[in-house]
Design a protein around this ligand. Structure first.
Ligand code: 9MJ
Length: 676
């Protein structure tokens, strides 16, 4: 039966009411009604919707219970990369940061930059896309460029509005923030899991990550995740204020939860003072923070400061000191890495450090052990900072027992028995077994399959061990020759899992040039260098034949790295493996031609007035990609003022100073001429 107007109105009234109470409770932290009263309203709405299923809408407050499990997460390309933050580990680093900011803004020693100060939440970064005010997608950060679609899961998080409140939101608005597992909820969940003999999470951050990666969102809905927003990404079809703090304030009026401890201050001194205060606040918070974040508040200044590869120059994370613990060094074992490096690893009596049980720690190399003067049996000091592998930083001399054992570098590889050599003057000892060494093979396959390389889903450590131990594969290129018949013979490999793996392998063949270069595991070539190489050479063949001199023209590539790269491509065995990849169908799109990054080097542009065919931010970004500086104010040093419609005082000033002026058409012609 069609619902009467009265029922439709009642449903709408209940939704508005529930949304308002949700907002008061989650975003403003001030409830007007009891939990019981909230539940009563919720059940009234639920009952009406059960009677009239045709009136259920996607953004009804009742639709947060999760939905049918997914097979897997699909990938999401972020329209604007999700950045990471540079770190400061002490006051000196902070003072340096502030000095760099002022220098780039061409400001004096006395100028006090306005900074927004935010607690740095130790959670999981996510992106929320709102279109016409409705939540249409949630995604993880992933590698910053590609994340996973976790819409089903974020929809269950009560403090994330399904519909933005208020008016005036841009038609497309991406909100970014940190999802976290409140400490109280975490302790409760772990206590219950322990009682039931189930898996417990090591810390709230892992619990948040694990919960967001649940394929069954009905499970996510049962966990108390919440989020603090810290910035916006894509903004289209509307304007936001010109200061970061004002954007956060407006987000709050739209129902988005923003950390109440955020403050805006002037000058680095006030930042250091904020840091000290947060260090004191830290134990009383219901979420984990691992430092504080400072961001230049003025967006024009942010644009002038610009970006490095993946970190903005206008923000920094001032980290809290690492947490420490004391335990016994029970043994030192040696692990063999991808490039044959034989690395000592400390085996420790398990100890809790900052809520995590530590039983292994890195010792880097033999010189480090000598420097620390460690012997087996020592009582050692362990440090753990955030996500980083814990390390041994010293020992307690008074506790050295009588009976100890020296740490000795093995003469032969623990994995393959080949000779281990430590060339004179080098710190790293290496196994000489090359691809005959199963440990090196395993590590290079792991690297090839890892998330930032070809990202082969389901190819975990255990499976790599099995594949190599059973002699099914020798090199990463052999992965693409695996058959279902071979796979199902492996222990605990059902036909379905075998097929999933084959599908994942097939999917991984379509990749990008930077990922492929990174996946090759060339010594000293990390993800960022791989990206630079791809951008510079634009194709694999040119890179393969480049000499050391040319390689050194690539940003961040010095003589040592250039030598490693050239040497890698001179080895027949490496070229054979690459050819095998390509023959198996590994491919990527040709890199798009990008503009000449030095075309406008040394020139300063000021944008004023309204541009019609591109946004001001876009113009700024394209000018900056050609090496130009874009400033917010006109001076005698300005090279050009770009005057859009209704340009005002900046245009007048440019005219009085005799600065060259160009209109929008001339700007576009200039950008196109240089390929931006
Ligand atoms: C955290 N984790 O709390 C940022 N973050 O800004 C805050 N992270 C961030 N800001 C730009 N408060 C990139 C990351």
């Amino acid at each position: 039966m069609a619902a009467s107007k009265k029922i439709v109105d009642e449903i709408n009234r209940l939704r508005v009411e529930l949304d308002r109470h949700n907002y008061l409770y989650h975003t403003l932290d001030q409830s007007e009604i009891s939990d019981a009263e909230f539940d009563r309203l919720f059940h009234q709405l639920k009952a009406l919707e059960t009677e009239h299923p045709e009136l259920v809408t996607e953004d009804s407050p009742t639709q947060r219970v999760g939905s049918a499990p997914l097979e897997s997460f699909s990938q999401v390309q972020h329209e604007m990369p999700m950045l990471s933050l540079d770190n400061a580990f002490g006051d000196e680093d902070m003072l340096d940061f502030d000095r760099r900011v002022r220098a780039r803004l061409e400001r004096s020693e006395e100028y006090r930059v306005r900074y927004t100060c935010e607690p740095k939440i130790d959670g999981v970064a996510v992106s929320l896309m709102y279109e016409n005010g409705r939540l249409v997608r949630g995604a993880t950060r992933g590698d910053g460029t590609t994340g996973e679609d976790i819409t089903q899961n974020v929809r269950t998080i009560e403090s994330i509005p399904l519909k933005l409140h208020g008016k005036g939101h841009p038609s497309r608005l991406e909100i970014r923030g940190e999802v976290y597992f409140p400490r109280s909820g975490f302790d409760k969940m772990n206590a219950e899991a322990e009682k039931a003999g189930q898996k417990v999470f090591a810390n709230p951050r892992n619990a948040a990550a694990g919960t967001l990666r649940q394929l069954d969102s009905r499970l996510t809905a049962k966990r108390p995740l919440t989020m603090f927003a810290y910035s916006v990404g894509l903004v289209e079809g509307g304007e936001l204020p010109a200061a970061h703090s004002d954007i956060l304030a407006i987000l709050k009026t739209w129902g988005i939860r923003v950390n109440p401890l955020i403050e805006t201050v002037e000058g680095v001194g006030a930042c250091l003072e904020y840091y000290e205060r947060m260090l004191i606040e830290r134990p009383s918070l219901d979420y984990e923070i691992d430092g504080v974040v400072f961001k230049v508040d003025n967006l024009d200044e942010q644009a002038t400061l610009g970006m490095l590869t993946r970190t903005p120059r206008w923000a920094i994370a001032h980290k809290f000191p690492a947490e420490e613990g004391i335990t016994i060094l029970e043994d030192v074992e040696f692990q063999v890495g991808r490039t044959g490096a034989v690395t000592p690893v400390a085996r420790l009596q398990p100890v809790q450090v900052g809520g995590v049980t530590i039983s292994n720690a890195t010792l880097h190399n033999m010189d480090e052990i000598a420097r620390l003067d460690l012997v087996i049996g020592d009582t050692v000091v362990i440090q753990r900072a955030g996500d980083v592998i814990p390390k041994v930083v010293g020992f307690v001399p008074e506790k050295r027992p009588k009976k100890t054992r020296m740490v000795e570098l093995p003469g032969t590889c623990p994995a393959c028995g080949s000779e281990v050599l430590k060339p004179e003057g080098e710190v790293i000892a290496r196994c000489t077994g090359g691809l005959q060494c199963s440990a090196q093979r395993k590590e290079s396959i792991r690297h090839f399959a890892s998330r930032l390389a070809l990202d082969i889903e389901g190819l975990g450590d255990k499976l790599v061990n099995q594949l190599v131990d059973e002699d099914l594969i020798e090199s990463p290129a052999d992965l693409f020759k695996l058959t279902e018949a071979q796979l199902v013979k492996l222990e605990r490999m059902a036909p379905k899992s075998a097929n999933n793996l084959l599908e994942a392998l097939e999917k991984s063949k379509i990749t990008t040039l930077p990922r492929f270069i990174y996946s090759l595991g060339i010594q000293e070539v990390g993800e960022s260098t791989a990206r630079n190489l791809a951008q510079f050479f634009k194709g694999l063949d040119v890179l393969r034949s480049a000499d050391e001199e040319t390689l050194q023209e690539v940003p961040d590539v010095g003589p040592v790295v250039a030598q490693k790269i050239a040497h890698f491509f001179q080895q027949d065995v490496n070229n054979q493996v690459i050819n095998q990849f390509i023959a198996s169908g590994v491919r990527w799109e040709q890199e798009e031609e990008t503009g000449d990054p030095e075309a406008l080097l040394g020139e300063t542009y000021v944008l004023t007035g309204t541009l019609s065919s591109l946004t001001r931010n876009e113009a700024k970004a394209r000018l900056q990609s050609l090496g130009a500086r874009v400033s917010g104010s006109v001076s005698a040093k300005t090279s050009y003022v770009v005057a859009g419609d209704a340009a005002g005082s900046k245009l007048t000033k440019a005219q009085s100073l005799g600065v060259a002026i160009m209109d929008e058409d001339a700007l576009i012609e200039l950008l196109e001429k240089h390929g931006a």
